[in-house]
Ligand binder design. Structure first.
Ligand code: NAD
Length: 500
């Protein structure tokens, strides 16, 4: 067992306990006997101190050269590279995903850091002609102020940096609230921000549960922007609260994604894509697919092969290189999985793999479950086919043509990820143009992100402010700025400037 980490809040460059002195534990979901560490259980007064620190640091930080801010972000990139292995192992121990995925999480964080550091030297405004020859007109981006970054547990290193770094590069200061399921990853990131040399107050960290630490952060009057990634229910609540406070929120939420297999699909690609989409990260990616929507011509051949592959998946501790599927994050995740399975059965699912909780041998101290796979025709009133299960819960849904596939795909409140498997360029174009999604794939799984692409969803999956490279727009105002070079005032639209 490794040494337990005593995580702390980071406020104005100093490490703090919470005002209450209470702490909470972070357990290894593969073996809950292992306490990865403890973190301060923060409340409103801790949040207030962190936000005030961010507010005080804001004028200094936004006045600093953008290139200099980028250099500090480059320092951070060097440190992430140095600590890549240790961070990857921490991700696996704290959130359970296999080490190969833990590494990918950290590599994605590194890519984001490198990308944002590089953006410091890229143009970020526009020069545009005015109607008046003697005027110069510019479009500039200005920071919005203090940004609250509230993040989920499933990418505990990459997602925080997707949101924190564009905010900082643009001159905002940040208060970061990591998930209470992965506070030690949050703490590890904060240590790197300190080592990279960010001035005190520019980056602050407050730990704690959503209701106690996240909620006061959302409501704090000195927070200008809330950037949230997490579940639909919490995201929707945050948008509503921010609207009441006339505060901007950029939210990225869940999905009920699908792999759509059309009648001309290459079956090997379809199978491979479907297995990765359904079971990577044990189905706990926002872009995981709970649904395989497949043409009924291919379904009889596809389904037994899919079930056979799902049965062969290696389930176990993520630290073993040959593990494909680790545990679910916690007991709530297990209960959610069981509830979805039960609902599917009640709704008439034909169960092909019964799944269930694994409790024998190496599984006994972890939150391990097996793939649950069923066949079911689409029902507009289904819970199982329409709500995010966030676990290895997979429906195979036969359809009779491409239009039915598109209808079924769209018939949920979500719109995040869609993968279509076809050899026909006309068909994928038709699917692309008629399915509602933010991240689309052809002949690939529905999972996978690259930091220089926007990442986000529509409908119940997001409010139109994607993360990663697209977040720059959410944390800045576009400002028009016009300069007159004439000795007299001339107005656009022929407006008279004569007085009297
Ligand atoms: P969650 O919504 O339970 O928690 C996310 C964060 O919100 C946590 O830090 C939590 O403490 C905080 N929070 C909870 N209640 C709050 C409140 N009242 N006020 C302020 N903050 C509050 O989500 P989770 O279980 O950590 O993550 C899983 C969910 O995240 C899934 O639905 C998944 O699809 C989604 N997700 C979406 C994306 C995306 O980019 N669209 C990426 C990853 C995960």
């Amino acid at each position: 067992m490794m040494k337990q980490v005593q995580a702390m809040n980071l406020i104005r460059g100093r490490w703090h306990e919470s005002a209450s002195g209470k702490r909470f534990e972070s357990l290894n979901p593969a073996d809950t006997r292992e306490v990865i560490g403890t973190a301060p259980w923060s409340g409103a007064s801790d949040v207030d101190a962190a936000v005030r620190a961010a507010r005080e640091a804001y004028p200094m930080w936004k006045a600093m050269s953008r290139v200099k801010r980028g250099e500090l972000i480059d320092n951070l990139a060097q440190l992430i590279k140095r600590d890549l292995n240790a961070l990857s192992e921490l991700v696996t121990r704290e959130c359970g995903k296999p080490i190969n995925e833990g590494r990918a999480d950290v590599v994605e964080a590194l890519h984001m850091t490198q990308y944002v550091a590089g953006m410091a030297r890229m143009p970020h405004g526009e020069i545009i002609d005015s109607e008046i020859a003697e005027k110069d007109a510019y479009i500039l981006r200005k920071p919005k102020g203090v940004v609250a970054c509230i993040t989920p547990w499933n990418f505990p290193v990459a997602i925080p940096l997707w949101t924190i770094l564009p905010s900082l590069l643009e001159g905002n200061t940040v208060v970061f609230k990591p998930s209470e399921d992965t506070p030690i990853c949050g703490h590890a990131l904060a240590e790197l921000f300190v080592e990279a040399g960010f001035p005190p107050g520019v980056f602050n960290l407050v730990h704690g549960p959503g209701e106690d630490a996240g909620d006061p952060l959302v409501h704090h009057p000195e927070v200008d922007v809330v950037v949230f990634t997490g579940s639909y229910d919490v995201g929707r609540y945050i948008i509503q609260e921010c609207a009441k406070l006339h505060k901007f929120a950029a939210v990225e939420m869940g999905g009920k994604n699908a792999v759509i297999v059309l009648d001309d699909a290459n079956l090997d690609i379809a199978l491979h894509a479907a297995i990765l989409s359904a079971f990577k990260t044990s189905g706990q990616r926002c872009v995981s697919s709970n649904r395989i929507i497949i043409h009924e011509k291919l379904e009889p051949e596809f389904t037994p092969r899919f079930v056979e592959l799902a049965q062969r998946i290696n389930i176990g501790n993520g630290l073993r290189e040959d593990t494909f599927m680790g545990p679910l994050i916690n007991e709530q995740g297990v209960q959610k999985y069981l509830y979805h399975n039960q609902k599917a059965i009640e709704e008439g699912a034909e169960v092909l793999l019964p799944g269930g909780v694994l409790k024998e041998g190496e599984y006994q101290y972890g939150h391990f479950v097996a793939p649950f796979v069923y066949r079911m025709r689409h029902r507009a009133d289904s819970f199982a086919l329409k709500e995010e299960a966030f676990s290895p819960h997979v429906a195979i849904i036969p359809v009779s043509d491409i239009d039915e596939a598109i209808h079924v795909y769209n018939d949920t409140k979500y719109g995040l990820a869609m993968a279509v498997i076809t050899e026909d360029y006309r068909k994928w174009r038709y699917v692309r143009d008629n399915c509602e999604f933010g991240v689309g794939y052809v002949n690939l799984p529905s999972i996978g992100a690259e930091v220089h692409l926007p990442f986000g969803g529509v409908k119940g999956s997001g409010n139109g402010h994607p993360s990663a490279s697209a977040l720059f727009d959410a944390v800045t105002h576009k400002v028009a700025f016009t300069v007159n070079h004439s000795t007299e005032i001339k107005m656009a639209q022929g407006l008279s400037a004569k007085i009297g």
